[in-house]
Design a protein around this ligand. Structure first.
Ligand code: SP5
Ligand code: ZN
Length: 346
């Protein structure tokens, strides 16, 4: 088993996110990935490797050039407004909602932040670009590992990616690591790929990127968007559009759902994926389904993740696992590595 580890991830270190009219400490912290790495090493589960760096053209297979240009330069633009900004996170505060225009990229920095984002919970920091870029390289390196004929790879990317769309950040996500891996597999000859998103939150970015396509099947098991973030996508009636009709499967579960209900949804989604006839699987591996997660509402236990890994393996597909959410920091390493161990042992 191979893990591609984003050794620059800690350079993305947000201070605060907006919650109920206050700035509260970020949930998405560097220690999350550190715990996963430490647990991998403690259990001696395979090897850890730095990713190789991929060309920007590979990112442009998923993200728009104007968004990538914004993201690459955002920190310098922010500090240019006021040197004191170097000590502050950048957060958006204004957005082009319905009836406003999003075709013109504003000269004003705050306006650009809003154009390219959808929440005020995802601070942009000095190291956001380099961390997100290296995280994407991990997902791409893991996909490349499958192209080279291997059956599995783990991308220990941070920041996470599944809420990021073709041209927006949000939900702690900047580059969509899972979508980049799936697109890379397509471009390197896998005819059909599935992305299975098991993060507590619906993978709105990934869904949107592939919504009109039949060659990338998207399935997601998540908290019901009527009550759970990201609220505005992830309902069961979203089944794809055009060529993609039938290639999108959302399985929202009520807040409070337990492992039995969750596992039934996993079974259902994997049967759909296999029926769709795919050649490879990308898993958005969020660990925020854990009972102890501070911002989520399912009740999975640490031991359950061994069964999750074993069931993913039983699908019998070349598989890239991509780390996403999971905010019970002390347990996230045990839980994530349980998935890997379940996968390996099955
Ligand atoms: C990748 C991922 O899991 N992103 C999740 C983004 C969730 N952002 C909204 C968090 C709302 C925080 N609620 C605080 C509850 C404190 N008791
Ligand atoms: Zn999540």
């Amino acid at each position: 088993m191979i893990t591609f580890y984003n050794h620059l991830h800690a350079q993305h270190q947000g201070k605060f996110e907006m919650f109920r009219g206050e700035l509260v400490p970020c949930f998405e912290v560097p220690a999350r990935a550190d715990h996963v790495l430490a647990e991998l090493q403690r259990r001696q589960l395979g090897t850890v490797q730095a990713p190789r760096s991929f060309d920007d053209a590979v990112l442009e297979r998923v993200h728009s050039p104007r968004y990538l240009h914004f993201l690459r330069n955002a920190w310098a633009d922010w500090v240019a407004l006021d040197p004191a900004n170097a000590q502050r996170d950048a957060l958006p505060s204004v957005w082009p909602t319905r009836t406003l225009r999003s075709d013109i990229v504003p000269d004003n920095f705050a306006a650009r932040m809003g154009l390219f984002s959808f929440d005020a919970g995802s601070p942009l920091t000095a190291g956001t670009w380099v961390a997100a870029r290296t995280g994407a390289d991990c997902a791409l390196s893991a996909a490349e590992h499958l192209v080279q004929g291997n059956s599995m790879a783990f991308a220990l990317s941070r920041p996470p990616g599944h809420h990021a769309g073709a041209d927006f950040f949000g939900g702690y996500c900047f580059l969509n690591n899972a979508a980049l891996a799936a697109q890379y597999l397509r471009d390197q000859g896998f005819a059909r790929v599935a992305v299975l998103d098991i993060d507590y939150h619906h993978g709105n970015g990934t869904q949107a990127i592939f919504y009109d396509r039949a060659d990338v099947f998207f399935a997601s098991i998540h908290g019901d968007p009527r009550t759970e973030y990201p609220f505005y996508l992830g309902h069961a009636d979203e089944t794809g559009v055009g060529q993609g009709l039938g290639a999108n499967l959302n399985l929202p579960l009520l807040r409070g759902s337990n492992f039995d209900a969750w596992y039934a949804a996993l079974e259902h989604s994997l049967q759909h994926i296999v029926r769709h006839g795919v050649d490879a699987l990308v898993v958005s591996m969020g660990m925020d389904t854990f009972e102890g997660d501070p911002i989520s509402g399912f009740t999975l236990q640490s031991a359950d993740y061994l069964r999750v890994g074993a069931r993913l393996k039983a699908a019998g597909l070349p598989t890239v696992l991509v780390f996403e959410g999971g905010y019970a920091v002390a347990e996230v390493g045990i839980n994530a590595v349980n998935v890997l161990e379940g996968f390996k042992g099955a």
